[in-house]
Ligand binder design. Structure first.
Ligand code: NAD
Length: 250
């Protein structure tokens, strides 16, 4: 189990859900992990889980929607571990439901600031460091709503489509500098994000829309992110990987 031996990885939104599962999987594969989140308690809990299993991790409190925080995260990674190899830009929110014609302007701005601008800021500073390192890998968190609509949530759909486009641009610009960049598009995964926004009946209804008739688990997304972050995917860049139990296949 050493697909990421001695790699230095940043995981944003690592205090909960998919980010926490990815941080744990990175550590199990031998990476040193910088976990960032606005939630100090969640981020600290992830660090504890990793350290208890013998891994190496550091928590940096940061708001991914702020450019300066993203610069500071990369600086903290380099200060502590000397380099940066992997960025998993995952922090994101759902946003309130409403028709596009009635969507709250502040809610739009907030979703775009975290889900799209936050991913850009992260990539912006990670790329700068990775060029100095002569290589690296970025995995950006999109969603199935990076390719299909989420009715009643135009901001979420727009932000995740934006992440897919940003990812392709980075792959096009940095392919010859040994930097790969891909996006993942999970279907509905049972995490605190889903549990906060949907009741059990709605989750059952959504599960029934995937051909596998169930919600996904964070660990199932973590396996994909580990693959994309490792040399096992050495010829994979500029791509967008859906893992949705068949949700978008019908
Ligand atoms: N759960 C799903 O069904 C699903 C499906 C597709 C994509 N996603 C995406 O996966 C990502 C993680 O979602 P999750 O389900 O694990 O959610 P979650 O709510 O369980 O975890 C998200 C984490 O991000 C943190 N966060 C929120 N805003 C932040 C900010 N401004 N700066 C730093 N950290 C911040 C939260 O504190 C939390 O710890 C999101 O981008 C989400 O859009 C989730």
């Amino acid at each position: 189990m050493s697909l990421l031996k001695d790699k230095v990885a940043i995981v944003s939104g690592g205090g909960s859900g998919i980010g926490q599962a990815v941080a744990e999987s990175f550590a199990k594969e031998g990476a040193k992990v910088i976990i960032t989140d606005i939630d100090e308690k969640g981020g600290g809990a992830t660090v504890d889980l990793i350290q208890k299993s013998g891994g190496e991790a550091l928590f940096v409190k940061a708001d991914s929607s702020k450019a300066a925080d993203n610069k500071m995260i990369v600086e903290a990674a380099v200060k502590k571990f000397g380099r940066l190899d992997i960025g998993f830009n995952n922090a994101g929110i759902g946003g309130p439901p409403a028709l596009t014609g009635a969507y709250d302007i502040d809610a739009w701005d907030k979703v775009i600031a975290i889900n799209l601008s936050g991913v850009f800021y992260a990539c912006r500073y990670q790329l700068e460091q990775m060029v100095k390192n002569s290589g690296g890998v970025i995995v950006n968190m999109a969603s199935i709503h990076g390719t299909v609509a989420a009715p009643m949530n135009c901001a979420y759909t727009a932000s995740k489509h934006g992440v897919v486009g940003l990812t392709k641009n980075i792959a096009a610009e940095y392919g010859q500098q040994n930097i790969r960049c891909n996006a993942v598009g999970p279907g509905y995964i049972r995490t605190p994000l889903l549990e906060k926004n949907l009741d059990e009946d709605m989750m059952k209804m959504i599960a029934a829309k995937s051909t596998m008739n169930r919600l996904g688990r964070s660990e199932e997304i973590a396996d994909l992110v580990v693959y994309l972050s490792s040399d096992k995917s050495s010829f994979v860049t500029g791509s967008y990987f859906i893992a949705d139990g068949g949700y978008t296949s019908i």
